[in-house]
Design a protein around this ligand. Sequence first.
Ligand SMILES: [Zn+2]
Ligand SMILES: [Zn+2]
Length: 126
Amino acid sequence: MSQTRAYAAFAEDKPLAPFSFERRQPRPDDVSIEILYCGVCHSDLHFAYNDWGMTRYPIVPGHEIVGRVTAVGDAVSHFKEGDLVGVGCMVDSCRDCQPCREGVEQYCENGFTMTYGSDDRHTTAA
Ligand SMILES: [Zn+2]
Ligand SMILES: [Zn+2]
């Protein structure tokens, strides 16, 4: 586990505030990054304000991430420590269903994992 610091929205009518949380231990197919920069687009604002009625607080908005790879698992082949990488609005999917095998994981039949606001399929906690 690693401690992560961020700014989070805790309610739709409150400003962002410092937030600290534990990340799970990286798995063999995970890439760990140090976030260097993050843009904030309008969908981040919609999530922070719960405009779409599906926000689970606290939430750390921002899904235009640029970071530097700090570690990769044994099963990772496309990235290495030191690489500059970008992260969008999705971070995981089953990678086994037909849409995933065709490279359109946004249609994952088992549900994709968003960068924020959705469950991590590899943990029991949200
Ligand atoms: Zn966006
Ligand atoms: Zn899938």
